[in-house]
Design a protein around this ligand. Structure first.
Ligand code: DOR
Ligand code: ZN
Length: 356
């Protein structure tokens, strides 16, 4: 990574990847694929479509629909995932692995978030699938929240870590697990202390703000995502983990667009759309922590190492120049509001350069 000395003006790093992304489907792909392809070399694409992507065959068809919207000059590579259900056959793991295009299975506890109704109701029901994943060295991505009605929404990740994640990690010692979009000091600590093969992604919004930004002085629906924003002490722990240099932590935006009217509603959808300014937002968070020199590891090196993929050869450059995040972005026949739309970031994405 190249950081110009003194008052750093430009920042050049290996092209990053997004290890947790929602690209949706249909007409929405036309604006969402170019948005991510502009910055990222690859992305782990979430399978929570309607209906969910539960088979390798469905994933390959979805991949083709994504690639149909890849800009002509882009080499963006969608890395596909399968949605784990109570009835996923263990044999599907080898099929997925042999496809060369499926890189992980996604565990949504049933009812935890958007389109998670078909998620896993009891981990015992997928034990044989998890064993097959261990054998095939297939990554398990986890939405780490319990869904019990009696657990407060702000405690759902913390309780999941104790009740579900810790036993799962111990029972499957060879299983590679990504705890997605961590939001609490407990999750950051758990992953820090965990055995090899346990990593975590962190979103830009969870590094930059706490729940006050969503709830003080008015309710801001565009700040609502799941797992929900937590306390300042949690945000600080996430910043410490992400900027520590530990290879366990890597970039995953969880960019999750919803049409404006479905967020600004009586019962608004969960999800922050950050794809259009992802790297600028991460740069802001790392700079605030005095850790810009660690951005490349988090954004471009740790993820490929975890997924056992080569790092990208292309480079991207950010320049210290205010960038106004657009306040609207096309989404099929409607619009989505990017997270923090209308505000500025200190860094602008300047260009992406192919390998020389
Ligand atoms: O806020 C969220 N939105 N969290 C998730 O886990 C799912 C996502 C979505 O698909 O909208
Ligand atoms: Zn997500």
């Amino acid at each position: 990574m190249r950081l110009e000395p003194e008052m750093t003006q430009t920042l050049t790093l290996r092209q990053p990847d997004d290890w947790h992304l929602h690209l949706r489907d249909g007409a929405a792909l036309a604006s969402l694929v170019p948005a991510t392809a502009a910055q990222m070399g690859r992305a782990i694409v979430m399978p929570n479509l309607k209906p969910p992507v539960t088979t390798t065959e469905m994933a390959l068809a979805y991949r083709a629909r994504i690639l149909a919207h890849r800009p002509a000059d882009s080499t963006f590579e969608p890395l596909m995932t399968l949605y784990l259900t109570d009835s996923t056959p263990p044999e599907e793991v080898a099929v997925a692995r042999n496809s060369g295009c499926v890189h992980a299975f996604k565990l949504y506890p049933a009812g935890a978030t958007t389109n998670s109704d078909s998620g896993v109701t009891d981990l015992r029901k997928v034990r044989h699938v998890l064993e097959a994943m261990e054998r095939e060295d297939m990554v398990l991505c986890i939405h780490g929240e319990v869904t019990d009605a009696d657990v407060d929404v702000f405690d759902r990740e913390r309780v999941f870590v104790d009740r579900t994640l810790a036993p799962l990690v111990a029972e499957h010692p060879g299983l590679r697990i990504v705890v997605e979009h961590i939001t609490t000091k407990e999750a950051a600590q758990f992953v820090t202390d965990a055995r090899d093969g346990v990593g975590a992604t962190v979103t830009p919004q969870h590094l930059l703000v706490n729940r006050n930004a969503m709830l003080v002085g008015g309710i801001r629906p565009h700040y609502y995502c799941l797992p929900i924003l937590k306390r300042e002490e949690d945000r600080c722990a996430l910043v410490t983990a992400a900027t520590s240099g530990s290879t366990k932590f890597f970039l995953g935006t969880d960019s999750a667009p919803h049409a404006l009217h479905t967020k600004e509603a009586e019962c608004g959808c969960a999800g922050c759309f950050t794809a259009v300014s992802a790297l600028e937002l991460y740069a802001e968070a790392f700079e605030a922590a005095g850790a810009l020199q660690r951005l490349e590891g988090f954004a471009s090196l740790h993820g490929p190492a975890f997924y056992r993929l080569p790092v990208n050869e292309a480079r991207v450059t950010l320049v210290r120049r205010p960038f106004e995040i657009p306040s609207e972005w096309a989404l099929a026949d409607t619009v989505v509001r990017p997270w923090r739309g209308g505000t500025h970031t200190a860094w602008s994405f300047l260009r992406s350069e192919a390998a020389q």
